[in-house]
Every structure is written in structure tokens, then in C-alpha cells.
Ligand binder design. Structure first.
Ligand code: GDP
Ligand code: MN
Length: 373
């Protein structure tokens, strides 16, 4: 899970990393007091979950209150669905450095990546002159040693008090990385100011999805998602994606759902919604249907194969969901696995034909969506 820059910077500050002073706002009415608090000139930074904001014109310097009002209005109205702005003091910087801690999937170690030339061109630099990147691996069990930090500092050619401050920042970034169960903790740029201060100019933090329950500081926020229904599905813990096709998949199991998606495409159909109510969610058919019906589709295709997730429970859930939500579109089912005899009976008693062949069920749904049935 990717979190906003202002949240990454909060985590940085909690772990001793200096950041510019900033105020978060969610409406144009808050601009004046935020700018007054930070004082001019300041930087207005769009909080969206993607990088490259500088190049997209979503990071703006302002010198006057009028300019701040105008820029904030434009950013809130931009095509990038900006709902939060971070108003920050403008830092007079001399140099931009890149610093990150991530996971090296090859060695299963933590890995620092640093570069003396940070900033918005780092991706291009990494591609064209990768030898300018310094990497230092840290064995997670051994932990961070002074030599790791020294290797970074020497590699970047830093000396004196700047080296000392940068070393502390690197140690604290590693601390943040571990404390937040992060896959990535990145500062690009690290500002080195004319008066020799080392400050985190930007912040990016990706929390390991499996650790979200351990990280109550980062609750799911509506602003992370494009639509209300995607947000609600995620809060519910239901894997849920929206597309602009015809067939709504209400399936169980990531592998099976993905296979069904492929089969739909293979048979000439298109997917409207990818919703998965398997695993720990196998009792949530009613809620899943409530969510999927909020997105238009022509047919609901239910394909499940449960082992611990019982077929009869999912079939009963589906029947209950139909009673409650009364979908106006047809439903095709192929519900298999533990308790399937009972599941078939439940479906038949409710007037639903239980298919037992996945490809036949997919073909039926594709035909319905195409108006052939
Ligand atoms: P990103 O493009 O999404 O990575 O957004 P950043 O927060 O990194 O901002 C983009 C660029 O704007 C940075 O690389 C800096 O060059 C510049 N920038 C942002 N804030 C300041 C600031 O306070 N002072 C100065 N001088 N430049 C800044
Ligand atoms: Mn950046």
C-alpha cells in the first residue's frame, strides 16, 4: 500500500528525519490559514499516489497569497483527482540527493540505493548511467552497522557535517523502513541546503500489504481510491477491480478469478467487475453482491471452487444476496468444491441452474452479455 507524501513525512519525523514544515489541507477555504502558518514563499504539493508530480505540474512554488489561492484552485480542479494539498515551506536548496531503502528480492536483504544526483530525473539517470547509483545491502537479521552508513557516505562523496547529518538520515530511514514494514522508503530529493542542512524534500512509503493490520497508523483512506465502491470493497478486505466491460465476476480465489477473467477474454467477452469473495470472505456473498451491483454489467458470473471455503455456504450466501438485492440481470453459477452436492440443491431450490463446468459457465455468460441467449 502506497501512502501519501504527507503521511510518509509524518513517519519520517516520528523516526527523527528532518522535513520542511507543512500543513495538509482538503479544501480551498483552508489555503489562507495554511499559507499564513507556513509563511511565504511556499510550495504547494498535490497529494496523489503517483510519482513524477513535479514533471506533471503538480508541485508549485508560490510567492503571494493570490498566487497560492489560484494555484490551489487549479490543483484541486486538475485531471489527477487531487483531494489533498500539502503546503510546505520553500527550502533554499543547493543540491538534490537520492536515498531509498527497499527490498532486494534476489538476496532477500534490505538494500539502500543512493545517488549524488537526485531529483526528478532519477529514473532517466538510473537507466542511462546506472553506475552512478550506489547500493548497500543490509542483512535483516544482522541489522544495520556503521560500515553500511559509511559506505553510503563515501560513495556519495559527502564530508564534514553534511556527511554526519546524512548518515543520521540514512539510519533513520532504515528505522522507518523496519518500523512501517515497508517495501520501499524513499527520499527523492534529499535537500542539501546552502547553510548545510540535510532535509527530506519528498517522501514515499510503500507498506507491505500483508502488514496493513500491524500498521494502524495507515488506515485505508477514501482518497486512495478513484471510486467509493472500490474503497468500500477494500475496507471489507474484498479484492475488487472495476473495468468497462459487460460481465461481473463474483468468484472465489485469486488464481481461479484470474483464470475466469482470461477465459472471458478468450471467449470474446469483456469484464465489468472483478470481485473475489473466496478465502476468508466466503461468507460475504451478500455484501459482495451489494458492491458489484453498483457498477453496471449485463450478467453476474459466479465461479468458485472451495476447499475450506464451503460451496454450500457460498451458494446459500448467493441465494440470500439475490433475495435481498434482487438483481435485474441474469446470474450464471458454477459453484464447486466442499459441500457441492448441498450447494447444487440450494441453488436448484432457489430456481438457479447449477452448472458444473467452468468453460460452459463462462461461455453462457459471454453469450448472455452478447444478447445471444
Ligand atoms: P515528485 O516529482 O512527485 O517526486 O515530487 P517532489 O516532491 O520530489 O518535487 C519535485 C521537485 O520539485 C523536486 O525534485 C525539487 O526539485 C522541487 N522542489 C520541491 N520542493 C522544493 C522546495 O521546497 N525547494 C526547492 N528548491 N525545490 C523544491
Ligand atoms: Mn520526488
Amino acid at each position: 500500500m502506497n501512502v501519501f507524501e504527507y503521511q510518509a513525512k509524518e513517519a519520517f519525523r516520528d523516526n527523527g528525519i528532518p522535513t520542511p514544515r507543512g500543513v495538509v489541507i482538503k479544501s480551498i477555504e483552508e489555503v489562507e490559514s495554511a499559507v499564513n502558518e507556513i509563511s511565504l514563499p511556499c510550495v504547494i504539493k498535490s497529494q496523489i499516489l503517483r510519482g513524477g508530480r513535479g514533471k506533471l505540474g503538480l508541485i508549485k512554488f508560490v510567492k503571494t497569497m493570490e498566487e497560492a489561492q489560484k494555484v490551489a484552485k487549479e490543483l484541486f480542479a486538475s485531471e489527477y483527482n487531487v483531494q489533498i494539498l500539502l503546503i510546505e515551506e520553500a527550502v533554499q536548496m543547493d543540491k538534490e540527493v537520492y536515498l531509498a531503502v527497499t527490498v532486494d528480492p534476489v538476496t532477500s536483504k534490505a538494500m539502500f540505493i543512493a545517488c549524488a544526483e537526485g531529483g526528478v530525473e532519477i529514473e532517466i539517470l538510473a537507466k542511462e548511467t546506472p553506475e552512478k547509483l550506489i547500493t548497500v545491502q543490509v542483512d535483516l537479521a544482522e541489522g544495520l552497522g556503521a560500515y553500511h552508513i559509511n559506505n553510503l557516505i563515501f560513495g556519495l562523496g559527502l564530508t564534514g557535517d553534511i556527511a554526519k547529518q546524512f548518515g543520521a538520515m540514512a539510519r533513520n530511514l532504515y528505522k522507518t523502513f523496519r518500523a512501517c514494514d515497508a517495501n520501499l522508503a524513499e527520499i527523492n530529493p534529499v535537500f542539501i541546503t546552502k547553510d548545510e542542512k540535510v532535509i527530506a524534500g519528498d517522501g514515499k512509503l510503500i507498506i507491505d500489504d500483508n502488514s496493513i493490520p500491524r500498521q494502524p497508523k495507515f488506515p485505508l483512506m477514501r482518497e486512495y481510491f478513484d471510486t467509493q465502491v472500490e474503497y468500500e470493497a477494500n475496507v471489507e478486505g474484498l479484492p475488487f477491480l472495476q473495468f468497462d466491460g459487460d460481465i461481473c465476476l463474483m468468484c472465489a480465489g485469486a488464481g481461479l478469478t484470474t483464470t475466469v477473467y482470461d477465459l472471458v477474454s478468450d471467449f470474446g467477452g469483456t469484464v465489468a467487475t472483478y470481485a473475489e469473495f473466496g478465502g476468508p470472505n466466503y461468507t460475504k456473498a451478500v455484501r459482495t453482491m451489494e458492491l458489484v451491483l453498483q457498477h453496471p454489467s449485463k450478467v453476474i458470473l459466479v465461479i468458485t471452487f472451495g476447499t475450506i471455503a464451503r460451496a454450500d455456504v457460498m451458494a446459500q450466501g448467493l441465494v440470500d444476496a439475490i433475495k435481498i438485492h434482487k438483481p435485474s440481470i441474469p446470474i450464471v453459477t458454477c459453484i464447486r468444491g466442499t459441500g457441492e452436492e448441498e450447494a447444487f440443491k440450494i441453488l436448484r431450490d432457489a430456481g438457479i441452474e447449477p452448472l458444473t463446468n467452468t468453460e460452459e459457465a463462462v461461455q453462457r455468460a459471454v453469450d448472455i452479455a452478447a444478447g445471444r441467449v
